[in-house]
Design a protein around this ligand. Structure first.
Ligand code: DP6
Length: 359
């Protein structure tokens, strides 16, 4: 199904060549997206903190051409990355109905990730949202319609969703919802929506330290994992649980209730991995050190009363979440007690941020 409101309207005289640069961060889901249908539509609503430090910077060089079809090359840190190109090709194919100019230019896509390559941190959310931000900017230059800043963000979110679902939550911040939900005005399955309701100050700059437990390639990709939710015996219960958790977490985020926040966020992380463990074929993405970290966090929380918790993505790395007012104590704890469980003792301090921007 084509959504006409996102189709570009182009002028006859187009720009011959140029370059656009943008940066976009990764995000960490509090209520997880796991299961999709149709063209990258979520089976349940999800909500995330947009991050700040873990980001992708992309420069899109474009030059007008006369030959048919796509013509692009992808570079990571100045080196050609042929391995990324099939994913970009699939992305271009999906968004072509909305961005017909993709066939009129040849592109050089240069990307740089702020986080180490092969850190196990997925670059698809930051990468797709940075590229989508560049494309929407290109479209602004060659389009007859002036998009408002809000519409430009919404289109970038819509396009990045077609590249990687969770990417649509990286355009704005600090908290974004994706998927229709009664409790969030203007929420949509098509793009992320900035949470505009009251957010308690404690959650506006919440910290996330990413512990790099396993930097290797995941043995099951997110896309395959989402697919295994089709026919999964617990799928419907899981989707209902997530939608209920959205209602609960919205209250928690406005009231600043960290105890309830911890309960929802940790339960969501474990439910996500429980879905993986009960898929057919079943799989386990966390590692022994993931569990050691979880236990150590639980002991620390019990002993100190400091409200710190964990969440997990589709991988073995652990995100440690805590208020900025507790940053000193928690970061000390991370260095002293948790870093031993990380590969090469590596971790990255990050916090909630504001989303993508042009450079
Ligand atoms: C576990 O967005 O990476 O991180 O849409 O297939 O690209 P695709 O999947 P992706 O899935 C992310 C899943 C998750 C949870 C989340 O971010 O909500």
């Amino acid at each position: 199904m084509i959504h006409d409101q996102f189709k570009a309207q182009l002028t006859i005289d187009q720009i011959d060549k140029g370059a656009i640069a943008a940066q976009a961060p990764s995000n960490i889901a509090l209520v997880k997206y796991w299961g999709k249908y149709g063209q990258q539509l979520p089976k349940n609503t999800s909500i995330s903190f947009t991050l700040s430090n873990c980001k992708t910077t992309t420069t899109l060089e474009f030059e007008r051409k006369n030959s048919p079809g796509f013509d692009f090359e992808v570079y990571l840190d100045e080196q050609r990355e042929i391995a990324f190109e099939p994913k970009i090709e699939a992305f271009f194919e999906r968004i072509l109905p909305y961005c017909p100019y993709l066939e009129e230019y040849s592109f050089k896509i240069n990307t740089h990730n702020s986080f180490p390559h092969s850190s196990g941190i997925a670059s698809s959310a930051s990468g797709m949202s940075a590229l989508a931000t560049c494309l929407v900017q290109l479209e602004q230059k060659i389009s007859t319609i002036d998009l408002t800043p809000e519409d430009a963000i919404q289109k970038a979110s819509f396009l990045s969703r077609l590249g990687s679902g969770s990417a649509c939550r990286s355009l704005e911040g600090p908290i974004v919802v994706w998927g229709e939900h009664d409790a969030v005005n203007e929420s949509s399955n098509l793009f992320g929506t900035l949470l505009r309701k009251d957010i308690h100050p404690i959650f506006k700059d919440y910290c996330d330290t990413i512990l790099l437990v396993d930097k290797g390639q995941k043995q099951v990709s997110s896309t395959v994992g989402h697919g295994l939710m089709h026919g999964h015996p617990f799928a419907q219960v899981r989707f209902d649980q997530a939608n209920e958790n959205i209602g609960k977490i919205l209250k928690v985020l406005s009231e600043g209730d960290q105890a309830k926040f911890i309960e929802i966020v940790e339960s969501e992380a474990l439910s996500l991995h429980a879905m993986m463990m009960t898929s057919l074929p079943y799989f386990i993405l966390f590692k022994p050190n993931t569990l050691k970290i979880i236990e150590t966090i639980w002991h620390y929380r019990k002993d100190t009363g400091i409200p710190v918790c964990f969440t997990l993505d589709a991988g073995a790395n652990v995100h440690v979440l805590y208020a900025s007012s507790d940053a000193e104590a928690v970061q000390n704890f991370i260095s002293k007690e948790l870093s031993q469980y990380c590969q090469n003792r590596q971790f990255i301090h990050d916090k909630a941020g504001m989303g993508a921007s042009l450079i």
